[in-house]
Design a protein around this ligand. Sequence first.
Ligand SMILES: [Fe+2]
Length: 358
Amino acid sequence: MMNIKQYHLDNGIVAIEPEHVSAGDGFDAIIKQNKSTIMTILKQQGVVLLRNFAIKNAQNFNKAIIESLNFENIETVNKFYKLHNFRNKMIDKSLGLNRLDNRKFAKYTTHTLGKDNEYIQGPHVEYGMINNRPRYISMYCERTSKGAADTGIYNLHKAYESLNEAEKKIYNHAWNSYGYYFKLSNRISKFIAYLFLYKKWPPFKLFSKNDAFPPIIFPKTPMVCLHPENQSPCLQPFPFYNSTDAAVYQASVETFINRHQGEFLAPDTLKVDSNWLLVDKNNKPIEWTETDKIHFFKKIFETAIIHTWQENDILIIDNVMFGHGRMENQGGQVRNMHQLLLNKVDMKNYAFDLNTKR
Ligand SMILES: [Fe+2]
């Protein structure tokens, strides 16, 4: 097509922008016309950047992604989004939860991402704690932060391939089991969880007599998935639990030696006690030492593509092939980022453990 140009950023990300900046005003038409180019880059690279389009707010962002590129928005919060935010706040308060990233729904069903912080966030696939998760995500920068707050994008296939054969063998058949211990009595916690979370979350198991597991535990998710289109194995991390915080921090310090590390304040973890265990397909725990965990996160961090945001940037990311995470912000200025969760997929169907004999 004639009205866009395509180039590589220094970090390797392929960017698309309007050929004439003034033409960026008709962003929705230009994006629509070039849909196949954009989707081809996304399929081949796993990441694509739309830059310098006149995307001025969350509503424009929504229009570009949902209407012009025909993605399906998997969250269906409508004009009652304020009510929804209120409800989430109440759940959090009653359970003592610190919802990830303090995200809120803004108009047009985009999420407003939480505040940046001093430390480097753990690399994760979005909604990695559940099997039904977005196949793609899109992030939009409405306002940049002067203190950097870049985004790290991690190639989860490359990270997998960098493991040795013995490590691969363990992770190939490992499942992530995410559990929560609430501060209230188990009975009250379970009651609240059932009441408020049951429809939003998948059915979760509640253990009461088995001390080996936390009282509330989500259905396990595969640690390694085969990419739905190219079948390459990809790690699927979601490190927002007490049991992985220290390892994420240590791995980030060892990997990003030239970046400011901030202070380790148990990043982004839910305020409740929580842990991430590895189990086999029969729910038998698999040993995962602190050294193993640090090594695991380093392998992921080492694949980092660092994206420095410009205002109006939109990134679309393959949420199986690539993990992501916020980098540190030294200044503490507020940025304004939005996110869309796109095209639901059940990653259980792509579990390495269920799809290959290796
Ligand atoms: Fe995220």
